[in-house]
Design a protein around this ligand. Structure first.
Ligand SMILES: [Zn+2]
Length: 199
């Protein structure tokens, strides 16, 4: 444990709001103290309503603005919902049952984080998949709840099945079927899935 209690408080609040944060961005926030960090966090959901990972650039941009202004964040999730029809053509490695670092939330393997070394990983479910609607391709991102809903495997069941069998189940369930996806377009060709149904 080389982390100060205050920094764990900041990270906890970030994770509670459903965000992931780049380790460098967390360092920048920690350096500003908890009060400033929370102000940034509030404005983050306003400014970057589609983002799920907090990057350094975004933190620096917001820090400049939050020096003199602290507005409570109004989350606008759902305001830019869009729908896609097509097929999942590939489920990427790193999907299914995964472990995350309890300190930075990044994907880790065998309880080892590149930044925090030996940690006790937290189990999570996610899917990253290539989606093709006949004209365009994008990468779908399913968080835990949508992974459970779309594959009908709970985190507990996945842990009993193991990583390989869980990934196999996900592929068998999703690849090649005609589906309608609802969700939010993210930067970089990613699409966060909020709803899925077979059509
Ligand atoms: Zn870590």
């Amino acid at each position: 444990m080389d982390y100060l209690p205050s920094s764990e408080g900041i990270l906890k609040k970030i994770l509670e709001r459903g965000y992931q944060i780049h380790p460098e961005a967390l360092k920048v926030l920690e350096a500003r103290g908890e009060e400033n960090a929370l102000a940034v966090l509030e404005s983050f959901s306003e400014k970057f309503s589609e983002a799920i990972v907090i990057e350094v650039k975004q933190v620096e941009e917001l820090l400049e603005k939050t020096q003199d202004k602290k507005t409570p964040g109004t989350k606008e999730f759902g305001s830019k919902l869009s729908k896609l029809n097509g097929r999942i053509t590939q489920v990427y490695d790193g999907s299914g049952l995964i472990q995350r670092c309890p300190k930075c939330n990044r994907w880790i393997i065998d309880d080892f984080c590149m930044v925090h070394s030996d940690v006790e990983g937290i189990w999570d479910l996610r899917i990253k998949a290539r989606f093709d609607d006949g004209k365009e391709r994008c990468t779908l991102i399913f968080k835990k709840e949508m992974t459970e809903k779309s594959t009908k495997i709970t985190l507990e069941e996945a842990r009993k099945l193991g990583e390989a069998a869980t990934l196999e189940r996900i592929k068998n369930t999703l690849v090649g079927k005609n589906i309608e996806i609802g969700g939010v377009k993210l930067n970089g060709g990613n699409f966060l899935v909020n709803d899925i149904k077979e059509v």
